[in-house]
Design a protein around this ligand. Structure first.
Ligand code: WTA
Length: 632
């Protein structure tokens, strides 16, 4: 069994061992899993190329470890507990045995429709059990899944499908979200029209039964195909470094990149981190509110919990339907013991008033988690007081799509907590702060750039189809280190607080967005000459999107604003819509023609007191003009 940390002494001891002899440390953890063929090496690595291999020579299958391995000990225990969008609809429960049967059927379905080991399958689905089943089915037969959050537009979906050269898309007919039914299959049809040439099959899961267009050439029914399948399918032996999944995420330049995770290391680390960060005990009911379209859903709704033999809740709906008590209602109804959500949700529910959580019995909750963005002090205290009632430690977990698992976090009941601090690195995680020249800052009470100086099992291996980009983005800023893109401070006791991105990535409601991506979308409007997008502090979303736009014909009215929003929705999706659009006649630029985002960020944040030296700009007058017309 994965090592469980239960005391401060054992955390310190584990950490020490993990740093003094990382290979021995991870060998021991990895050996707690079932391998079809034992691994021969623990870690071969080189951060320059980068080339990272964990558990070389080993063969395993993550679904064997998620499912088959548990059948004897907890076959009748609920693995997935599904809570529907509408609280009056029926809850669905899958025991480990039932989940294994469904995953095997889905595996056979994929095979019968021509999917083979190594093929890419894109998911564009709501939070229904079939999404988890489909993802696990891919992993079982060695197909590479790539889940695209179902709020992305047809264009964004097509871009991802094309980049992954996926052979298949699996979608639903409609999504239920609160009062709305969202026509998902229609988005897939549009994506197929504008791209997706590699796709030969679209499997449609009937979620609502509403009418949809059907193409006999490509479309297949999930239900009809599943009904034909046997519930036996051996798990494919996978090399440790075979691809498990691709997940697209935004960077500071260009299109989103496909972060690649592989089978062996991801398995070991997600299980190890899940067990220890949430202190999961048999009988606990764990709930992470994320969507499986993001890394948090991959690692801490599906893989981590199932590897650990936990009961994991999947929630189809939204926090405010039918009312702002929904999260707390679910906690009460299912006696949730660990609750994991994002600061943006906490802030939104905090704004609805203390009376909502007060109506529910939340006494089952033992651990609260936060993820995705820095949690501000006020939200931290509200969460602690009104949800945890002062009895449930908050684990403020810092990590990234690229890290695969939680990297820096308090351990509940073991290390102390301090509002806004993600605190201490997990065993095996050599997190350091460096200055802008890459020198490690070894003292406490410092601020610097967050880097990791030694590999860990679930780290990014490459960016799909473009290894040079992986090297350039993560391993070139500082030699011999993985650079996170985040700035952080370390307090007098060595606790780490992650402050936020230092690159052109913004974090809107816990969703990562590249400013360049949003600009490219805005620039698609024929009347836009140029645009610059920056983040600014937003009470609920953490950061809002502020766009400065130069127009061709000087139009500056709200109709035009709406047109821009429509273009962004079409190119990326509603999550990327700017909160504010300021029309400007010029953008401040350096002599070499680079937009001075630093200045634009300050203006958007109402922080114009000290703009620094602007006299060296190409067009210093532009600054005053932007300030005079700022929407703040
Ligand atoms: C930010 C989400 C502060 C950070 C798992 C990181 C955080 C980016 C925290 C990754 C936290 C995530 N405190 N900032 N606890 N967690 N972040 O890839 O800027 O969607 O680089 O992964 O979110 O976002 P991603």
């Amino acid at each position: 069994m994965t090592t469980e940390i239960h005391s401060l002494e054992s955390y310190k001891e584990e950490y020490r061992k993990s740093v003094t002899d990382p290979e021995a440390f991870w060998k021991k953890e990895a050996e707690t899993f079932t391998w079809f063929k034992p691994f021969e090496t623990v870690c071969d690595w080189n951060f320059d190329e980068p080339n990272i291999k964990w558990f070389g020579g080993g063969k395993t299958n993550i679904t064997y470890n998620c499912l088959d391995r548990h059948i004897e000990t907890r076959g009748d225990q609920t693995a997935i507990l599904w809570e529907p969008n509408n609280p009056d609809d029926e809850v669905k429960k899958y025991t480990y045995k039932e989940l294994l049967d469904e995953v095997c059927k889905a595996s056979n379905m994929l095979k019968s429709l021509g999917i083979q080991k190594g093929d890419r399958v894109v998911f564009y689905m709501p939070m229904v059990p079939e999404l988890a089943i489909g993802v696990l089915a891919c992993a079982r037969i060695g197909a590479v899944h790539s889940v695209v959050f179902a709020g992305f537009s047809a264009q964004a979906l097509a871009d991802r499908v094309d980049d992954a050269q996926a052979k298949m898309i699996i979608c639903s007919d409609y999504n239920n979200r609160g009062k709305k039914s969202i026509p998902v299959k229609q988005v897939v049809d549009e994506a197929m029209d504008i791209g997706c040439n590699s796709v030969d099959t679209v499997i449609v899961h009937k979620n609502t039964g509403f009418e949809i267009n059907w193409s006999d050439d490509t479309d297949q029914s999930w239900h009809e195909n599943m009904a034909k399948q046997s519930s036996v399918c051996e798990a494919e032996p996978m090399d440790s470094e075979d691809l498990l999944f691709i997940l697209y995420t935004s960077g500071s330049t260009g299109k989103p990149k496909g972060v690649v995770h592989t089978c062996g290391g991801y398995m070991v680390y997600t299980c190890y981190s899940f067990k220890n960060v949430f202190q999961y005990k048999k009988g606990d009911i764990y709930w992470c509110t994320a969507d499986i379209g993001w890394i948090t859903g991959h690692s801490y709704i599906v893989y981590g919990p199932l590897l650990a033999g936990a009961t994991t809740i999947m929630f189809e709906g939204v926090p405010t339907f039918p009312d702002a008590g929904r999260f707390w209602d679910i906690c009460q109804k299912h006696k949730v013991t660990q609750f994991y959500t994002a600061p943006t949700a906490i802030r939104a529910l905090m704004a609805k008033g203390d009376e909502w959580p007060a109506k529910y019995d939340l006494s089952s909750i033992k651990v609260l988690g936060s993820v995705g963005e820095p949690i501000n002090e006020e939200a931290w205290h509200w969460y602690d007081k009104h949800i945890g009632k002062g009895n449930a430690p908050i684990v403020d977990t810092w990590w990234q799509t690229e890290t695969g698992g939680i990297m820096i976090t308090p351990l509940p009941g073991i290390t102390d907590t301090k509002p806004t601090y993600a605190s201490y690195p997990m065993p095996g995680i050599q997190a350091i702060l460096v200055d802008k020249d890459g020198y490690e800052l070894t003292e406490n009470n410092v601020e610097g750039l967050l880097c990791i100086k030694y590999p860990w099992p679930s780290m990014i291996r490459t960016t799909y189809g473009d290894h040079a980009r992986c090297k350039q983005v993560y391993f070139s800023t500082f030699k011999g280190m993985y650079f996170t893109g985040d700035g952080a401070r370390r307090d007098e006791n060595g606790r780490i607080r992650v402050i936020g991105r230092v690159d052109d990535v913004i974090n809107v409601s816990g969703h990562r967005m590249g400013t360049a991506e949003v600009e490219n979308a805005i620039n698609e409007h024929p009347n836009v000459v140029e645009s610059a997008v920056v983040g600014y502090p937003h009470d609920i979303k953490g950061q809002g999107i502020y766009a400065y736009v130069i127009t061709q014909d000087k139009t500056t009215n709200d109709d035009f604003r709406r047109e821009i929003l429509a273009v962004v929705t079409k190119e990326i999706g509603p999550i990327a819509k700017p909160d504010k659009i300021q029309f400007v006649s010029d953008l401040p630029k350096t002599r070499s023609g680079k937009i001075m985002r630093r200045i634009l960020r300050k203006i958007a944040s109402k922080d114009t007191g000290n703009l620094g030296d602007i006299s060296t700009l190409l067009n210093p007058d532009a600054v005053q003009d932007v300030i005079d017309n700022a929407l703040v």
